[in-house]
Design a protein. Structure first.
Lengths: 511, 382
């Protein structure tokens, strides 16, 4: 039979890394085909090749049995391929309708003509239940609605193949349900859907078939109905990577950070409601929750990046509520920030400068306001060796030119080597490949063995389960659960995260 | 011997390696200068074709060599006039390197100029101290005037471009008011009195205008470079300039950095005004106008690629072209050189964009050709 899409022997290398190694993908017309794999398994690379964002080194692509050459996204559009990217590509200051027709506008005597477009879009909205206000500005509508605009953009261009890149990462549970219904509608209308994800439940709910990628290689394509979630997980993770992180027992010590009745709000919104908890030395406290439930704001308030309205912070018995960021570092805070490019690094500085970003003014690196560049270089070379930070020109490499994984390693190196009692790690493994993830987990556990307190925030429930000793779950700005990892099970945590269940009594301390 | 040869070899390799990377860095400026000169030649061809060649020669080398002899006066005058724009250029560069656009160098310069004239006319001090104190207080005035947009930006997040432009006009009016009130020349009624001889900055050579101010300007360029790239302060200021959130995360006081940076930038601009008006015979006018040298500082900063050392070179170069314009007379109006400078600045601003566009365009052409090739092949297959 002819497949709607067939990708044969696709290989793509980035330097030494083989992102796709002889990958084959066959998608039938009208099916929902999931592509499953961990971060760095090569899912996005494969889809970027199909969508014309990057060229493949080897391999062929066939659409409806005919060989095609997709060099740019415009080629892909012409072939009826549309993609909803993980980060939306919308013009915030434009109306919904303007965003949908942008690039394919009808023009009548030099003026934009909306009439036909509006009729067509309204038909699409009715057909698939994609309710969205056409005259609202993008910046005024919710993330879920923005995603619908992206979907409408594809449909308006008559795309027959719809690619969704991690579409549920930014959605609330309710929105996820709606999205799944919408995708099933597309399938009924004969459209072909490719869904990139690492969430097994969603695949089970929505997909017909599933192709599993691991470390750039295609493992198998299976009928979703024939396999269990556990079998899919085995295929995805593989035997060679140990995801059961082995941890020696470690006694929990004194209280390092105590957060008491913390509230963070803006004039429009309350992000964190009256949150209290403690982190103790020798433990990894995992903070779980669906994205956008106040974790980011809570951590920013604790570290000092965002002001908070009520509550107190105590660090080893010292009141640090009103302390500056630098004072907190000097007391023993270390912080791996969520957005490493925005907060963690000065991208246009070289590596050695970034490695002393918080302590360049200290005696060790400075005398009489002059930087001691020889010391800074020495220090950076030590860290580069110890943490295996790879870059083109060593200490003098401009950080912008380094890979994401090595940027993250640089931050990790800087935060772990400096004297500290508390390490706050926000999504420390986001966007990293399997090997790097394992390494970072090992470093976090080493920290715990050394008696440091670790507060880890992650959106990945498996990471939380594997690495943490104790788990807090946040939902809509509140802490709804506080459980020991050994007593927790994933289904229960899921219910907490969705807000469908909450502990009656939690004071954030050990129960 | 062997060792010496090795060392020499290494030195040579180092210089060659460096010069190549320098050439790459200054490419945009060089392209812009070429475009400016081409535009100049075209204009000269339009206005006076028969004199174009000699006009071009006068423009390019008249400053150095004229009437079959070395033109020392030309060289020294060029350097003298470069002093002010080097300093305003450094002022703009310093702010730029820390992520701020100081378009108010003119205003800061005017405040520096007024205070220096005020001290020079009204105070009585012995010779070296008089001009030193005058210039120093001029720098203080420029600093304070630069701090205003800095504080507004740091505390209230008011855009420094808007405030510093408005402060230019406030400075222009304030200057006229202060001159009329304190140091008006009773005979001409049109400007300030001459400063006292003790307040005049010493010349380097008695017969030429060039003062030690030029050496101060060079020293300031080196100082600014040193401050930015070698000190802890510069480290923080540059970090804030590149990434405010990142430097906040790193525990730096970004608000203080913005204020400091604008203050230092204002100090350089204030020094420009102070040095200019401690020259013999310089008086402040009672007409309301904004000093152009502040805006020329932006040109210098652009052509100097946003580097303090670059500002020194660019300042001297622009002054050189301007001076060359005078030697084109009478065949051409000296305004030709202003036009050339305008084109140079224009192309510096867009040269990066131009390079990018060229790159993109060449890629598009290639894919276009390839696609044509492919489609024909597909048709053949069918």
């Amino acid at each position: 039979m002819t497949y709607k899409i067939e990708m044969r022997n696709i290989t793509k290398r980035f330097g030494n890394l083989t992102a796709n190694d002889q990958v084959n993908l066959q998608v039938k017309k009208g099916e929902i085909h999931a592509i499953l794999g961990e971060n760095g398994a090569g899912k996005s690379t494969l889809m970027s090749i199909l969508f014309g964002l990057i060229p493949a080194d080897e391999g062929d692509i066939f659409i409806d049995g005919k060989q095609v050459h997709i060099k740019t996204p415009n080629d892909a559009n012409r072939l009826g391929i549309g993609m909803v990217h993980q980060h939306f590509k919308l013009v915030e200051a434009f109306r919904v309708i303007d965003n949908i027709i942008l690039g394919v506008e009808d023009v009548n005597k030099g003026l934009l003509s909306y009439q036909e477009a509006r009729t067509k879009i309204n038909e699409l909205i009715k057909l698939y239940g994609l309710n969205v206000e056409l005259d609202a500005l993008i910046r005024d509508i919710s993330v879920g609605q923005q995603q619908r605009v992206e979907i409408l953009k594809m449909l308006y261009r008559d795309s027959e193949i719809l690619i969704f890149d991690e579409p549920t990462a930014v959605l609330t549970p309710q929105e996820i349900k709606e999205l799944i219904a919408i995708m099933k509608g597309f399938s009924r209308e004969g459209k072909t859907i490719i869904l990139i994800t690492h969430k097994l439940n969603e695949i089970k709910q929505v997909a017909d078939r599933c192709t599993v990628l691991r470390r750039g290689k295609m493992i198998d394509t299976v009928n979703v109905i024939d396999v269990s979630i556990n079998e899919m997980a085995d295929m995805m993770v593989g035997r060679e990577v140990l995801f059961d992180v082995s941890k020696a027992p470690q006694a929990v010590g004194e209280s390092i950070l105590k957060v008491h009745n913390l509230t963070v709000k803006s004039p429009e919104q309350t992000f964190v409601k009256n949150v209290s908890f403690e982190v103790f030395s020798g433990e990894i406290l995992g903070l779980a929750g669906i994205d956008g439930n106040g974790q980011t704001e809570l951590i920013q308030a604790i570290t000092g990046l965002r002001p908070f309205q009520e509550g107190t912070l105590t660090f080893k018995g010292i009141d640090v509520t009103n302390m500056s960021i630098r004072e907190k570092y000097e007391l023993g805070f270390a912080h791996i920030p969520e957005d490493r490019q925005r907060y963690g690094l000065i991208l246009d500085f070289d590596l050695q400068s970034n490695l002393v970003l918080q302590n360049f003014y200290m005696e060790k690196f400075q005398s009489k306001f002059m930087l001691k560049f020889d010391r800074i270089r020495e220090h950076s070379e030590k860290l580069i060796n110890r943490f295996d930070i790879r870059s083109e020109k060593g200490p003098s490499t401009i950080v912008r030119n380094m890979s994401g994984g090595n940027q993250q390693k640089a931050i990790l190196a800087r935060e772990i080597q400096k004297p500290h009692h508390l390490l706050i790690a926000v999504q420390p493994t986001r966007g990293l490949d399997v090997g790097a993830i394992e390494n970072i987990h090992k470093q976090l556990i080493d920290e715990r063995q050394k008696g440091k307190a670790v507060l880890m925030v992650s959106l990945d429930i498996d990471e939380i389960m594997d690495v943490s000793d104790r788990i807090l779950v946040m939902h809509e700005g509140e802490i709804v659960a506080n459980v020991l990892a050994k007593d927790a099970n994933i289904n229960e945590l899921g219910l907490y995260m969705l807000g469908e269940k909450r502990e009656a009594n939690n004071d954030g301390a050990h129960s | 011997m062997e060792r010496i040869r090795n060392i020499l070899k290494k030195c040579l390799a180092f210089i060659l390696g460096k010069s190549k990377s320098i050439l790459v860095t200054i490419k945009p400026s060089l392209i812009a200068i070429c475009m400016g000169l081409i535009a100049g030649i075209i204009m000269m061809l339009i206005f006076n074709p028969s004199e174009t060649l000699s006009g071009l020669r006068n423009l390019l080398i008249g400053v150095i060599y004229r009437n079959n002899q070395l033109n020392l006066r030309g060289i020294l005058t060029t350097l003298h006039h470069s002093t002010t724009i080097i300093l305003t250029g450094i002022a703009v560069v310093f702010a730029f390197r820390t992520g701020l656009f100081n378009i108010g160098a003119s205003g800061q310069m005017m405040m520096g100029a007024y205070v220096t004239v005020h001290v020079g006319v009204l105070w009585s001090l012995p010779a070296p101290f008089h001009w030193i104190v005058g210039i120093f207080l001029g720098v203080v005035a420029g600093t304070i005037y630069g701090l205003i947009p800095g504080i507004l930006k740091a505390m209230r997040n008011v855009n420094e471009v808007v405030t510093s432009i408005m402060l230019n006009w406030i400075a222009a009016s304030l200057l006229v008011y202060l001159v009329n009130r304190n140091v008006l020349n009773p005979f001409t009624q049109g400007g300030s009195q001459n400063i006292q001889p003790t307040a005049i900055i010493p010349r380097l050579f008695s017969n030429y205008q060039l003062t030690i101010g030029f050496l101060i300007a060079i020293a300031m360029g080196i100082l600014a470079h040193f401050l930015l790239y070698r000190t802890t302060l510069g480290f923080q200021l540059r970090a804030s300039g590149f990434n405010v959130d990142g430097s906040k995360y790193a525990g730096m006081n970004t608000k203080r950095n913005i204020i400091l940076s604008m203050g230092i930038s204002g100090a350089f601009a204030g020094l420009a005004g102070a040095l200019l008006f401690s020259n013999y015979g310089k008086t402040l006018s009672t007409e309301v106008h904004v000093f152009m040298e502040g805006f020329e500082g932006i040109s210098v900063a652009l052509l100097g690629l946003g580097e303090p050392i670059g500002a020194i070179i660019a300042g001297i170069f622009l002054s050189y072209i301007k001076q060359g314009g005078f030697y084109m007379q009478p065949a051409f109006r000296p305004e030709i050189s202003d036009m050339i400078i305008g084109v140079i600045i224009y192309f510096t601003a867009i040269s990066l964009a131009l390079q990018l566009a060229l790159k993109k365009y060449s890629g598009k052409i290639k894919t276009f050709i390839k696609r044509k090739h492919l489609t024909t092949r597909e048709e053949d297959e069918q």
